[in-house]
Write a protein that binds this ligand. Structure first.
Ligand code: COA
Length: 320
């Protein structure tokens, strides 16, 4: 027993920031960002929190699933940018939904959604949950250095969610963590302890772009090959590869190295930027709501990011 996906949802803040708007704040241009990253615009919170976005994505997913909030017996959220350490994003969503159930957060950076699926599968396998709400919710604009043109042009805010029910459609997964704090680092506020002697680092995303790029291409290629090989599948058996939306060129390079047409990879980074743990569930919701998915379709999710962590899994879509 694992699960099947009963419904999906998403939410992005209404404020859109275009590349041209960024070019008025920084030494960058629409042409550079489109060509090097593939982003045209991103959504940025003005007064919403990560939990607010997660809540709205959850309502959307509940409606799509036909379940009531009260049917949910576990909420798990993935985030690196929730406003509060406590309550966690999942606990805040639980309170906003007005239900009583178990709830906790995880942090696996941009791979968070794939880790959520694996954790949820464990609850279903043990029979300790019948309906699980999983959420990737990020307000990355909170931890973005808006003066660093090498990072701030990449990221966006948003949330995606899915409601899972009992089933056997989670077919295979792989998780890898390789170190690399010098490649992607998001320091926390160091506190005011008079006993702690380490230097304070500014609490914003720091990234070595080129190293991240190479790591990401390698991660996608090795994980896609692993999922195909270990299931005796070839690429024509897969309806869509749904990658973490970090950079369109990363996906293009991976497609080229895997000798696949890039249309095999679902892409929407142009409109949202990189929304970390929210990027895969937002993509999934778009695919679902736009009628791209049919019962029996095999979906291969592949993600990578801070940790350095990368993860992939195979899910059979059975909705509709
Ligand atoms: N606008 C204009 N120029 C920029 C720029 C911007 N927003 N950001 C960087 N540049 C400049 C650099 O300063 C550099 O200038 P120089 O040659 O005069 O020194 C030049 O562009 C090339 O910089 P480089 O960092 O080598 O570019 P790149 O092609 O590697 O692109 C990234 C930079 C960040 C877009 C790219 O490395 C990337 O996407 N990496 C992966 C990021 C990612 O996916 N992160 C999330 C992982 S989950």
């Amino acid at each position: 027993m694992s699960f099947r996906i009963l419904g999906t949802g998403m939410c992005v803040p209404s404020r859109v920031v275009t590349n041209d708007e960024l070019a008025r704040m920084l030494d960058t241009s629409d042409g550079w960002i489109r060509q090097r990253v593939g982003v045209r615009e991103r959504h940025v919170c003005t007064d919403e929190t990560a939990a607010d976005l997660g809540y709205r994505a959850a309502l959307d997913a509940l409606e799509d699933s036909g379940c009531r909030a009260g049917d949910i017996d576990l909420i798990i959220a993935a985030t690196v940018s929730g406003e509060d350490t406590a309550p966690s994003v999942s606990c805040s969503v639980q309170q906003m939904l007005g239900i009583s159930c178990s709830a906790f957060d995880i942090n696996a950076s941009c791979s968070g959604f794939v880790f959520l699926l694996e954790i949820a599968a464990g609850f279903f396998a043990r029979g300790t949950a019948k309906r699980v709400l999983i959420i990737g919710a990020e307000r990355l604009s909170r931890i973005t250095d808006w003066e660093d043109r090498g990072t701030c042009v990449i990221f966006g805010d948003g949330a995606g969610a899915a409601v899972l029910g009992e089933g056997s459609e989670y077919l295979c997964s792989k998780f890898t963590v390789e170190g690399g704090s010098d490649v992607i680092h998001i320091p926390q506020h160091t506190g005011k302890s008079p006993f702690f002697g380490r230097e304070t680092a500014s609490p914003y995303i720091k990234m070595r772009g080129r190293e991240t790029f190479k790591y990401a291409v390698e991660a996608i290629c090795s994980d896609v090959n692993y999922i195909l090989d270990s299931n005796g599948l070839n690429i024509d058996d897969i309806s869509y590869i749904v990658p973490h939306q970090a950079n369109a060129r990363i996906i293009d390079f991976a497609a080229e190295r895997l000798k696949l047409d890039k249309s095999r990879f679902y892409q929407n980074i142009e409109l949202y930027g990189n929304t970390s743990s929210a990027s895969i569930p937002i993509a999934l919701d778009e695919m679902n709501k736009n009628g791209l998915l049919h019962s029996g379709d095999l979906l291969l999710f592949t993600a990578f990011g801070g940790g350095l962590a990368h993860a992939a899994c195979l899910v059979r879509w059975t909705k509709n």
